[in-house]
Ligand binder design. Structure first.
Ligand code: SF4
Length: 175
């Protein structure tokens, strides 16, 4: 017996026509560049406190950050795209953190992992703790928690992917 229920891929008059996309060569190249960058974000191997243990766990077999192309933690800032600020930033570490950030090649991104890096956390208003790493370097993604679980870090990296995919492109409905 013949089924009249449309299946995926069947031609339905008036629907396929809506899927035409117009773009420019520059936007296509930009999209391809963004796509490649977003799928190979190499983090700097840089941990400051307990949040770094969660970052290390994310790269291990159980959470397998390699599924998203970000397991290649680099020992040199010159080979890294992403600075994961994993832990408490003390005032003495601040200038070193800025130097490492400046040594990373462009384009580069920063992810603030945990309450301490984002706002000082439990060391709020203390004289020796930086009250948010965004007072030192520009932050692209904030991951909340104390400590944030490895899944939360992976979610943050996926959000960063989405952000990179849109860089430099004019997307209808978004400014
Ligand atoms: S947010 Fe919590 S787990 Fe992370 S560095 Fe601060 S105290 Fe440690």
């Amino acid at each position: 017996m013949l089924s009249t229920t449309p299946r995926q891929g069947d031609y339905i008059a008036g629907q396929q026509e809506a899927n035409v996309v117009l773009t420019s060569l520059a936007d296509m190249v930009q999209w391809a560049q963004n796509y490649a960058r977003s799928r190979s974000i190499w983090p700097l191997g840089y941990g400051l406190a307990c949040c770094a243990i969660e970052m290390m766990a994310a790269a291990q077999a159980h959470y397998d950050l390699a599924r998203f192309g970000s397991e290649v933690f680099r020992s040199s800032p010159r080979q890294a795209d992403l600075m994961i600020v994993a832990g408490t930033v003390c005032t003495k570490m601040g200038p070193r953190l800025v130097r490492l950030y400046e040594q990373m090649p462009d384009p580069k991104w920063v992810l603030s992992l945990g309450q301490c890096a984002t706002s000082g956390g439990e060391f709020y208003d203390s004289y020796y703790t930086v009250q948010g790493v965004d007072t030192l370097v520009p932050v692209d993604i904030y991951v909340p928690g104390c400590p944030p679980r490895p899944e939360a870090l992976i979610e943050g990296i996926l959000k960063l992917r989405e952000k990179i995919e849109k860089q430099g492109l004019k997307i209808k409905g978004e400014d």
